[in-house]
Design a protein around this ligand. Structure first.
Ligand SMILES: [Zn+2]
Length: 119
C-alpha cells in the first residue's frame, strides 16, 4: 500500500500545529484570568485540527488505493496494431540435375520431377 505523501505531510503539519498550540500558545496564560478561555479556544482549535488531520491522513492512504482500484478496474488496452514481422527469406534456386527445372535449395526433392536433389 502506497501513501500519498502530500496529504500525509499536510496531516502531520496539522498535528504539529496542535502540539505547537498546547506547548507554546497556551502556557503563557497559565494562572491568568484568560487561561480558561484560552484553554477552551485551544481545545476547539485542537479538535478541528485533529479532524482535519484525520481526513488528510485518511486521504493520504485512500487516494492511492482509489487509483489502484481504478487501474485494476480498467485493464490495460491491448495493442490494436499487431506488427506483423515480415520474414524476408532469400530462396536460392538451383537447377535440377535430372530435369533442369529450378528448385529451391532448401527442398530435398525436385518439385518438377520428384527426383532427390544431389549434394
Ligand atoms: Zn527435376
Amino acid at each position: 500500500m502506497r501513501i500519498n505523501i502530500f496529504y500525509l505531510i499536510a496531516g502531520l503539519l496539522s498535528l504539529l500545529l496542535v502540539a505547537t498550540l498546547w506547548l507554546l500558545f497556551v502556557p503563557p496564560f497559565y494562572e491568568t484570568e484568560a487561561y480558561e478561555m484560552v484553554r477552551n479556544l485551544a481545545l476547539i482549535i485542537s479538535a478541528l485540527l485533529v479532524i482535519v488531520a484525520s481526513i488528510q491522513i485518511y486521504l493520504a492512504v485512500r487516494s492511492e488505493n482509489a487509483e489502484e482500484e481504478r487501474a485494476l478496474a480498467k485493464p490495460p488496452v491491448a495493442p490494436t496494431i499487431v506488427k506483423e514481422k515480415e520474414i524476408v527469406r532469400e530462396v536460392v534456386m538451383i537447377p535440377c540435375s535430372y530435369c533442369g527445372g529450378l528448385m529451391p535449395q532448401t527442398s530435398m526433392v525436385c518439385p518438377n520431377c520428384g527426383a532427390r536433389r544431389k549434394a
